[in-house]
Write a protein that binds this ligand. Structure first.
Ligand SMILES: [Zn+2]
Length: 104
């Protein structure tokens, strides 16, 4: 489903993917299978982040999109709204939405 805002996708380098697989194997629960580091490094893996901005105070930050996606239900609203880390108002929205709303 197309989103009404954009996110930033950055492919992980081979070294980053190896590092992640090694870390996963180190901290995984005993019943979970071991990840083959070189197979894992061959996969396409992206880090996805989103830039959020506060409509109230203008505070801007880039966060992992995963966290936003978890707490946002697309059926409730067209875009995620969060609390601002700076002014504590529930007015933090994706940067695209911020620019759209400020232009009106
Ligand atoms: Zn704020």
């Amino acid at each position: 489903m197309p989103k009404s805002f954009s996110t930033i996708k950055r492919p992980l380098s081979l070294e980053e993917k190896r590092q992640r697989a090694i870390e996963y194997n180190r901290y995984k629960a005993p019943f979970e299978p071991v990840v083959n580091v070189e197979d894992f490094a061959k996969r396409e893996i992206f880090d996805e982040t989103i830039i959020l901005k506060c409509l109230h105070c203008g505070f801007q930050e880039e966060v992992d999109y995963e966290f936003i996606e978890e707490s946002w239900d697309p059926h409730d609203s067209d875009y995620p709204i969060a609390y601002c880390a700076k002014c504590d108002q529930p007015e933090v929205v994706p940067l695209d939405i911020y620019q759209k709303l400020k232009k009106q």
